[in-house]
Write a protein that binds this ligand. Sequence first.
Ligand code: HEM
Ligand SMILES: *[C@@H]1O[C@H](CO)[C@@H](O)[C@H](O)[C@H]1NC(C)=O
Ligand SMILES: *[C@@H]1O[C@H](CO)[C@@H](O)[C@H](O)[C@H]1NC(C)=O
Ligand SMILES: *[C@@H]1O[C@H](CO)[C@@H](O)[C@H](O)[C@H]1NC(C)=O
Ligand SMILES: *[C@@H]1O[C@H](CO)[C@@H](O)[C@H](O)[C@H]1NC(C)=O
Ligand SMILES: *[C@@H]1O[C@H](CO)[C@@H](O)[C@H](O)[C@H]1NC(C)=O
Ligand SMILES: *[C@@H]1O[C@H](CO)[C@@H](O)[C@H](O)[C@H]1NC(C)=O
Ligand SMILES: *[C@@H]1O[C@H](CO)[C@@H](O)[C@H](O)[C@H]1NC(C)=O
Ligand SMILES: *[C@@H]1O[C@H](CO)[C@@H](O)[C@H](O)[C@H]1NC(C)=O
Ligand SMILES: *[C@@H]1O[C@H](CO)[C@@H](O)[C@H](O)[C@H]1NC(C)=O
Length: 352
Amino acid sequence: MAAATAPTSLLLLLLVSCTVVFSSTSEAFDYPPLVKGLSFDYYKTSCPSLESVVKKYLTQEFKKNVGLAAALLRVHFHDCFVQGCDGSILLDGSAGGPGEQDAPPNLTLRPAAFKAINELQVLVTQACGQTVSCADISALAARDSVNLSGGPGYKVPFGRRDGLTFATQAEVLNSLPPPTSNVTALLAALSKLNLDANDLVTLSGGHTIGIGHCTSFENRLFPSQDPIMDKTFAKNLYLTCPVKNTTNTTVLDIRTPDTFDNKYYLDLMNRQGLFTSDQDLYTNKTTKSIVLDFAVNQTLFFEKFVYSMTKMGQLSVLTGNNGEIRTNCSAINKSSKSLWSVVEDEGRSDAL
Ligand code: HEM
Ligand SMILES: *[C@@H]1O[C@H](CO)[C@@H](O)[C@H](O)[C@H]1NC(C)=O
Ligand SMILES: *[C@@H]1O[C@H](CO)[C@@H](O)[C@H](O)[C@H]1NC(C)=O
Ligand SMILES: *[C@@H]1O[C@H](CO)[C@@H](O)[C@H](O)[C@H]1NC(C)=O
Ligand SMILES: *[C@@H]1O[C@H](CO)[C@@H](O)[C@H](O)[C@H]1NC(C)=O
Ligand SMILES: *[C@@H]1O[C@H](CO)[C@@H](O)[C@H](O)[C@H]1NC(C)=O
Ligand SMILES: *[C@@H]1O[C@H](CO)[C@@H](O)[C@H](O)[C@H]1NC(C)=O
Ligand SMILES: *[C@@H]1O[C@H](CO)[C@@H](O)[C@H](O)[C@H]1NC(C)=O
Ligand SMILES: *[C@@H]1O[C@H](CO)[C@@H](O)[C@H](O)[C@H]1NC(C)=O
Ligand SMILES: *[C@@H]1O[C@H](CO)[C@@H](O)[C@H](O)[C@H]1NC(C)=O
């Protein structure tokens, strides 16, 4: 009797624990309240294949160019911080006025990301017609960039519409803090968007993938070395950036540069954060404890990242009948009236 029930209860126990493990790795995330007009099932009937089309394309492209994941994640961040997640960052200014070629430092967003979004838009339109906005494609591409790089797979609320206006130069400079910022300056910039210290430390974890140009961190090398930096780390940065103003790049996370994980926080603990804006998260007491929490618990980082990304992904979105669904992510629909006066490319001016 006892011999027969023991394996049965063991099996039951196994089943129970498998169920627990399964649900905690899939959709167990906590999401912030959704903005009116956005929903997780927005395209459920109008474009049921959206997610599979995007994921299939990006899986192929990341095999050819792993850096595309970081580039796409950053595009979504810049889109949302400047004038809201309205796809305005995708606009190619050459369509109707002075464009990106005339903007200040323009080498920090990768053209490959804009190309990928345009190609995705063509594929999605082939599958579903003119139903999905470029802003939504960008938010979804950012999610897949995170997940396909090893990060959490989370749900994206959809329903964003594409904006009809370019961002001005002043808006860009006002919205994107430079990498030379300390925590005080970063918190001031984020508070304008109702984002707090938790969001700051969490979202900065996006720097677990991708690269930065010497011009973005040479304030820590010239005229003298930032004393906070690990000495060996600094020595290697001088090899990459022997003088000011080169076009060389280096990775943002020296431990696992192409993997979305919590190693970025370990970098910070070891004084190997690349930008002042990274390293100060560990120097400043307000944010240090959050860095430590994430450094020892990746699950916690992933959970918070999903929460803060979803918050960021809903900043000043256009919904309902506002804005439009662009036929070409690089340009405002010809029939629409564009309202720009001072034309500027919002993506290319933050690495000052
Ligand atoms: C908090 C303030 C932030 C500052 C000051 C900042 C600054 C920068 C700078 C200067 C670069 C490198 C540009 C270059 O030299 O090429 C960069 C790259 C990057 N940033 Fe941020 N960033 C911030 C927040 C974020 C957020 C919220 C995300 C996404 C969640 C993000 C994701 C990325 C990624 C993925 C890259 C690499 C891009 C690539 O490899 O092409 N950043 N960031
Ligand atoms: C999309 O718009 C951009 C900017 O106007 C233009 O250069 C590009 O050729 C357009 N693409 C297509 C497929 O029409
Ligand atoms: C940046 O602008 C210059 C001209 O000012 C142009 O030659 C160059 O191709 C641009 N780079 C990128 C990445 O757009
Ligand atoms: C991607 O997301 C799914 C959940 O949707 C998760 O099970 C998986 O571990 C995530 N990471 C990778 C690398 O696929
Ligand atoms: C932070 O940077 C600002 C300038 O952006 C400076 O005025 C302030 O003193 C700095 N704060 C600390 C604590 O270093
Ligand atoms: C840390 O940041 C807080 C919040 O902005 C600020 O009040 C404090 O002065 C900073 N401390 C240091 C040591 O920079
Ligand atoms: C960086 O740029 C300088 C000057 O442009 C060059 O001499 C050097 O070899 C480059 N170093 C690396 C590591 O790419
Ligand atoms: C940095 O280099 C670029 C060319 O790569 C040049 O146009 C610019 O004037 C230089 N800036 C400084 C401050 O030397
Ligand atoms: C890590 O964080 C997760 C999510 O908040 C939590 O459930 C877990 O208990 C934490 N693990 C440790 C070892 O603290
Ligand atoms: C944008 O243009 C396309 C093609 O002309 C059209 O199908 C779509 O409805 C337009 N969107 C808006 C909101 O005007």
